[in-house]
Structures are given as C-alpha cells and as structure tokens.
Ligand binder design. Structure first.
Ligand SMILES: C[S@@+](CC[C@H](N)C(=O)[O-])C[C@H]1O[C@@H](n2cnc3c(N)ncnc32)[C@H](O)[C@@H]1O
Length: 279
C-alpha cells in the first residue's frame, strides 16, 4: 500500500462484490450494501466486468471466499462464539448485514488506518450508520501488535474468537503473517478463514499472462502480492502455530461448488485457495 493512502485493492474487491449482485444476482453472496457502499461512478458493473478479463474469476473467488467464511462463522456463533474479528476489512459489509444481531456478538474490524478512515468517510457519504456491535480498530499488521490494538478496543483475549482474513495474506510479509497467525492461535478455540495465492506457475496457461499483467498493475499501486505459498507450505506454517484442523479448498473445488452461479465464467485454473483452520 502507498503510505497514508487507502488500499486500492479494497475498492477493486468491493466492485467485484457489487458486480456479483448485478450480474449473478448475489447467488453466492447476497449483499444489499455492496452497491450502496460504492460511489456513483464506481457502480457500473458491466463496464467493470468487460474492462477486466479476469473479472468473472475474481467475482467467483471474491464471493466464494466470503461465503465460505460467513458459513463457518455462523456455525461458530451457533456453538457460542461471540467475538468476530475481520482482519483487513476493506469495504467488507458483513458487519452491516450481521444476521446474528440478536445474539449480542461483537464485530471488530481491524484495518490499516488509511483504509479505515476512507471506509468511515464512504459509510458517512452513503448515509450508512455504524452498527452498535461494530468496533473499528486501526492497525498496521507490518508495524503494530495486533493483539495490543484489539485489547485496547475491548477484545477479550480469554474468550474464543472467529477471525476472517480475506484478500490480505498475499500483501503481507512472511513476518507479519507469522505474527498475526501466532496471535490468533494464542486465543483459545480460535478459528480463522483466509485465502492465499500460489506461485504463478500454478495458474493455467490462459490465466498466467493475465495474472502477470495484474501483478504488474498492482506493483504500480504499491500493492504487490509479496507472499505466495504452496499448499504444503501453508499447512506447515499453520501447524507450527498450533492449528491442526486445516481445510484447504482449492480453486477447482470452489469452481465446482459455486462456478455455475457466475455468469460467463472464464475457463482456466487459478492458483488461489481458501483455508479454514482451527485448533
Ligand atoms: C484486497 S483488500 C481486501 C479487503 C476485504 N477483506 C475484502 O475482502 O473486501 C486488502 C485489505 O488488506 C488491508 N491491508 C493490507 N496491508 C495491510 C497492513 N499492513 N496492515 C493492515 N491492513 C492491511 C488493506 O487495508 C485492505 O483493506
């Protein structure tokens, strides 16, 4: 990310969620706030979908990873978990859609200070009030101690928590990833859903060139994907932090579970995964 500037990829992901509502009727992730949170000139879903050849795949992956995370989160709430932490929240709208309001859950959105300030502004512009269960926590995963920041905001380290960390790991250094995983695993009965990318060779030929262009585009805006993993490596990192129940869902499985819901899904295999890990 550029210093003092909000994440540009957060806006790209939000546009994919909005395009998913318009083009795919929100069939994987129904999100009535996805369009509302965008400014007028960012709402043209068709234009966005046509400008970006990878958009149908991006739309599938963006919607599916949130759906997988939110389904797992609901099961955790059923079991009694009352603290949800959304790490690198961007323009995520789960807290606005919270279906568990009656259960008195607390949702902590932890994000880079510049992105969070920008989100506050957008919500105010869209006249969307911050719900009472939402607590915003400014944190830079590269520099700050995420635990300290959460606790200062009221997070209970002795109670279980469910973490989501979507679209963030590729942008962090291995050191920040390790420290954040270490903190999550220090919370008893914690669970996390996050996604990661494999090295470019894991992408099928038709997507590899597009993936290269996307990487170059992200480099220009200082949001380069710096951390890529093979699945065996991510499993080893998770196990070293005490996560021993690991579900690693690859793109093929995501496409077979949700692909039919995406209009005109481009062919090809993307080296992207969603992981659900617990103790
Ligand atoms: C691609 S966006 C994903 C946003 C959101 N999770 C979603 O799925 O819509 C990446 C997010 O990671 C956050 N991020 C990246 N580097 C960060 C850092 N060093 N500290 C805190 N947040 C960071 C950005 O602010 C942004 O919100």
């Amino acid at each position: 990310m550029k210093p003092n500037e909000p994440s540009r990829t957060a806006l790209m992901i939000a546009r994919q969620r909005a395009a998913h509502q318009v083009l795919d009727h929100g069939s994987i992730l129904y999100d009535p706030f996805a369009i509302k949170i965008l400014r007028e000139d960012e709402r043209d879903a068709l234009q966005y979908a046509n400008e970006h050849p990878l958009a149908s795949i991006g739309r599938l992956f963006t919607a599916a990873r949130s759906r997988i995370a939110e389904d797992a989160l609901s099961r955790a709430v059923e079991r009694g978990v009352r603290q949800i932490v959304i790490l690198g929240a961007g323009l995520d709208t789960f807290a606005l859609r919270n279906p568990h309001g009656a259960r008195q859950i607390r949702i902590y959105e932890a994000d880079h200070p510049a992105t969070q300030a920008w989100k506050r502004l957008r919500l105010a512009e869209a006249q969307i009030a911050l719900p009472s269960w939402l607590i915003l926590v400014s944190v830079d995963f590269e520099r700050d101690d995420v635990g300290e920041k959460l606790v200062a905001a009221g997070f209970q380290q002795n109670s279980p928590a469910f973490f989501t960390w979507l679209g963030v790991v590729p942008y962090l250094t291995p050191d920040a990833i390790g420290r954040t995983l270490g903190y999550m695993s220090s919370i008893q009965n914690s669970e996390v859903v996050f996604d990661y990318m494999e090295p470019p060779e894991a992408f099928s030929e038709e997507l590899r060139q597009l993936e290269k262009e996307r990487t170059e585009q992200l480099e220009k805006i200082n949001e380069r994907s710096v951390s890529r993993f093979e699945s065996a490596d991510i499993a080893a990192v998770l196990r070293s932090h005490g996560f021993c129940v690991i579900e690693d869902i690859n793109f093929q499985e995501i496409a077979s579970r949700f692909g039919r819901a995406v209009q005109g899904l481009a062919p090809g295999h993307a080296g992207v995964h969603v992981v659900h890990a617990k103790h």
